[in-house]
Design a protein around this ligand. Structure first.
Ligand SMILES: *Cc1c(COP(=O)(O)O)cnc(C)c1O
Length: 320
């Protein structure tokens, strides 16, 4: 195989760095979900992670690796929400100042939480402004280390610890379903699964309206799409990353898509049957499993539930 920009050794090193700071989230099972699919499902509920999503893993790892002056000057992140909170909290825990560039229409709960963790928040218009250009300019002006939400080796390595823990705790898997935004989570998880459960098929899941990674993998090159309209606000990315794309190309078997209606159905399932709150984006992987796009009968299947940050009012509307 060609050399990939991040390795399993990086994931294992990240696991040591985040130990004691990140929660080792449990593995959840549900006889009802198994009955619906015929599979043996192992859910990794990162909605129960600190700040409510797996993003804490990558953020903490990336900040932990900063040294000297870079550490003193602080970090900057651009994010539609969870990465912002993750950098804000991981920064506070490690005594590193955080500045966050967020869309002005980000969910209120995410804006408030980011400020609550002590970060400085700078907002921008998602439809007209290029967040990456804006973030780069502010980082250069202030001398801050820019930590992007997915296209960063230390972020990818940190995210992979979710699958490392899942496979260590649940055993080897036939399939691992992971939601895909820019591909940081699935890239890290694919590296972990490849090392710890060889033969495990990695399946990515995107919102129907935002299948930039599916298109990119099928075309063999990075495809850029317009900002997708979907309730999966954590997966409204418009293109895969320069680091995540080659990793996904090498290690991900396929990328499926699900509709917003399927996400709502999955959210309802998690609240009513498993008593957990999973945000729309966090339901992507499970919705594809529940939709039986792949015959999983008799298989051992890992499902990453990526986060749980949804406004209570929005949750009530979705599941009503
Ligand atoms: C960021 C995020 C994703 C997408 O992760 P990528 O690493 O960009 O693929 C999925 N779910 C939640 C809850 C997120 O916060």
């Amino acid at each position: 195989m060609t050399t990939l920009p991040v390795t399993y050794a990086d994931v294992a090193a990240a696991a040591k760095r985040i130990e004691g700071a990140a929660h080792r989230t449990p593995v959840l099972t549900s006889a009802t979900a198994d009955g619906m699919t015929g599979a043996q499902l192992f859910f990794k509920p990162e909605n129960l992670q600190r700040m409510g999503a797996f993003k804490f893993r990558g953020a903490y790892n990336a900040i932990a690796k900063l040294e000297g002056d870079a550490r003193k000057r602080g970090v900057l992140a651009f994010s539609s929400g969870n990465h912002a909170q993750a950098i804000a909290l991981a920064g506070r825990l490690q005594g590193v100042a955080a500045t966050i560039v967020m869309p002005s229409d980000a969910p209120a709960i995410k804006l408030a939480a980011t400020r609550g963790y002590g970060a400085e928040v700078i907002t921008y218009d998602r439809m007209t402004e290029d967040r990456e250009a804006l973030a780069k300019r502010i980082a250069a002006e202030r001398g801050l280390a820019l930590i992007p939400p997915y296209d960063h080796a230390d972020v990818i390595a940190g995210q992979g610890t979710a699958a490392k823990e899942l496979i260590e705790d649940a055993g080897e898997l036939d399939y691992l379903f992971v939601c895909v935004g820019g591909g940081g989570l699935i890239s890290g998880c694919a590296l972990a699964a490849h090392a710890l459960s060889p033969g495990c098929m990695l399946i990515g899941v995107e919102p129907e309206a935002g299948n930039d990674v599916q298109q990119s993998l099928r075309k063999g090159e990075i495809v850029t799409i317009p900002v997708p309209k979907t309730i999966a606000d954590g997966a409204q990315t418009t293109f895969p990353g320069k680091l995540t794309f080659p990793i996904m190309r090498a290690l991900v078997s396929d990328v499926l898509t699900v509709s917003d209606a399927e996400l709502i159905e999955a959210m309802r399932f998690f609240v009513s049957r498993m008593k957990i709150v999973v945000e729309p984006t966090g339901c992507l992987a499970a919705a594809a499993v529940f939709g039986k796009q792949i015959d999983l009968a008799g298989k051992r299947v890992g499902v990453i539930l990526s986060g749980g940050n949804v406004d209570p009012a929005a949750l009530a509307r979705f599941i009503a």
